[in-house]
Ligand binder design. Sequence first.
Ligand SMILES: C[S@@+](CC[C@H](N)C(=O)[O-])C[C@H]1O[C@@H](n2cnc3c(N)ncnc32)[C@H](O)[C@@H]1O
Length: 246
Amino acid sequence: MDDEDGYFDESVAATYDESSSDMFAPAAVEPVVDVLAAIAGSGRALELGIGTGRIALPLSARGVPVHGIELSTAMAARLRAKPGGDEIGVTVGDFATTEVGGSFSLAYLVFNTIMNLTTQAAQVACFRNVAAHLEPGGRFVIEVMVPNLQRLPAGEIFHVFHGSEDSWGIDEYDVATQGLTSHHLEMVDGRYERFSVPFRYVWPAELDLMAQLAGMTLRERWAGWNREPFTNDSRQHVSIWELPAL
Ligand SMILES: C[S@@+](CC[C@H](N)C(=O)[O-])C[C@H]1O[C@@H](n2cnc3c(N)ncnc32)[C@H](O)[C@@H]1O
C-alpha cells in the first residue's frame, strides 16, 4: 500500500457510499446522530476518519459544528462535493497524531475505524490526541466490534465471514499481535481479484485502559446506538469516555 490516501484511495472512495449503503440508511444514521448531537450540546464535534461525511453531514445539519481529520484526500473530496460539505472543515492527516485548532465537547470514531490503527501504540496515541482536543468534561465516543475470536477454533487463523459464487470475505487472524487482515475476493472477468486491509482488533477493557492513560473514564457502554445493554452476546459496542470537568 504505497498510496498516501491509505486503503481508501480514489477507487475505494468512488464506490464507498454505494458499497456501504446499509450504513447510510436513515435507520442506521439517525440513532448515531441523535446520540452525538445530545453529547455535543452547544459545543463543537471532531470526527476522526470523517470519510465521505456519512455521520458528519447530518450532524452538521442539526446545527453542530463539525471538523474532521481524514487521511484520504479522495474521501475528503467526496465529502466536500456533497450539499453541506463546505460547512465542514477537514484536516488531512493521521488521526492518531494530527492536531486541529480549537477545542471540542465531543470527539467520535465510528464504524470500527479505531481498528485501522494497526498497533497498540498508535491506538494509545489516538486516545491521547483526542484528550488533547477535548474541553474539560468533553467526551470521546467509539463504535467498534467486539473481537470475534469465539468464532475461531484453537489453532485456526482464517474465518470466512462471507461466501457466494463470485465473492468471498475471509478474516485472517494473528492472535499474537491482535492483527486482523480482511481479505475480499471478487470475481472480475473470470478471475478473482483480492483486496486485503490490515486492522488491529481491540478489546473493550483494553480501550478503557487506553482512555485511562489519556485521563478519561468510561461513562457508558452500550451494545448499539439505541442504548441497548452491553452483554456477553454483544457483537459490537458504543463506548463513551469523559475527560474530568475542571
Ligand atoms: C470505514 S471508513 C469510515 C468513514 C466514516 N467515518 C463513516 O462512518 O462512514 C474509515 C475512514 O477512516 C479513514 N482513516 C483510516 N485510518 C486513518 C488514520 N490513521 N487517520 C485518518 N483517517 C484514517 C479512512 O481513510 C476512511 O475514510
